[in-house]
Write a protein that binds this ligand. Structure first.
Ligand code: UDP
Ligand code: MG
Length: 325
């Protein structure tokens, strides 16, 4: 037999985790079954502890002690899932990386199917939800509306009902790693990098245990990041609305001049003046806000700070010396 055929491919399973002490052991059991059943691959499970305040790190260390396939990365504080993911991608060694939530909402049992499509040559096999149990009507509705709006203003295709649960070939991983923007909106980046995509469908389970880390505030922030990092359309809308409003103002001015010429001075007019001043003032403030939003993003990016710091990788203390290169 050819010696090359004996070398197994390495699959990294990347798990960002923030305060997930209730589910990590359960997750490990499910992953272990999958890893043992697919022994034609080597596996690396990379757990990223995103500054948890509970025993998440301890559990990760215990897991590594019993199973050397487990690696863990401890970030220096909580950076948010987007950053935890890029940190994980930076430290992953696999020929492909599978990103999966810690809370078992993404069933690990889908992994063999993803691997099958990867072997067929797809670079990005993503899991699309058929259903979302355990989520409120309001959350489903707002997320649907948001995707509609986002899609209508961006040129790239945003995948609906798709989370971060997906398999990425090494070249996608390298592409994502090369993008070092600090205001990350990974969901859009997956589309932006392109490559061969394949969709598979699944039923999204409710969280196995613990609480969701998202609240409406965070979701609104994420949705602004999504809009502003993929399109400058709001800037253009501001300009267009500005032009329309000033055109209307100009026409109204002509009307007033003609009225004054033909009918003389018309003193009452306090309310219409007030309405116009308030209306225009409001519009100006909104558009200043829009410009500020983009300016703020530019400000963050120009600082060029590293995206994250690592406290330890596996059992080694990390000094982040690599950043001084
Ligand atoms: N997560 C993270 N850092 C954070 C918030 C969340 O790494 O600051 C992880 C979390 O542990 C989970 C995944 O991101 O593995 C998805 O989070 P969650 O289940 O709370 O989000 P939801 O499924 O409700 O959208
Ligand atoms: Mg979840």
């Amino acid at each position: 037999m050819d010696i090359e055929n004996k070398v197994k491919k390495l699959v990294t399973i990347l798990v960002p985790a923030y305060n997930e002490e209730d589910v990590l052991n359960m997750l490990y059991e499910r992953l272990r079954t999958i890893m043992d059943e697919n022994s034609n691959y080597d596996f690396e499970v990379l757990l990223v502890n995103d500054g948890s305040k509970d025993n998440t790190l301890k559990i990760m260390q215990n897991l590594r002690a019993i199973d050397q396939r487990i690696c863990y990365l401890n970030l220096s504080r909580n950076y948010g899932k987007e950053t935890a993911m890029i940190a994980g991608l930076d430290y992953s060694k696999g020929d492909c990386v599978i990103i999966i939530d810690a809370d078992l909402q993404d069933p690990p049992e889908l992994i063999p199917e993803m691997l099958k499509y990867w072997e067929e040559g797809y670079d990005d096999v993503y899991a699309k939800r058929k259903s979302r149990s355990g989520e409120s009507f309001l959350k489903k509705f707002t997320s649907k509306m948001y995707y509609k709006i986002l899609q209508s203003v961006t040129n790239i295709e945003i995948q609906k009902d798709t989370g971060d649960f997906r398999l990425l070939d090494r070249r996608c991983v390298e592409a994502l790693r090369s993008i070092r923007e600090s205001q990350r909106y990974t969901k859009g980046l997956f589309s932006w990098i392109g490559y061969n995509k394949k969709e598979i469908l699944f039923d999204r389970d409710p969280r196995a245990a613990g609480k969701t880390k998202w609240n409406y505030g965070k979701l609104i922030n994420l949705s602004f990041d999504g809009l502003t990092s993929f399109t400058t359309a709001p800037l253009r809308w501001s300009a267009i609305i500005g032009i329309l409003v000033s055109l209307a103002g100009f026409i109204y001015m002509l009307v007033i001049i003609l009225k004054t010429l033909f009918y003389g001075v018309d003193v009452p007019g306090y309310s219409s003046t007030m309405v116009i001043i308030l209306f225009l003032g409001g519009i100006q403030l909104i558009f200043l806000g829009v410009i500020g939003e983009y300016l703020g993003r530019t400000f963050y990016e120009t600082k060029g700070r590293p995206l994250y710091f690592i406290e330890r990788y596996n059992d080694e203390k990390e000094t982040n010396k690599h950043l001084n290169k």
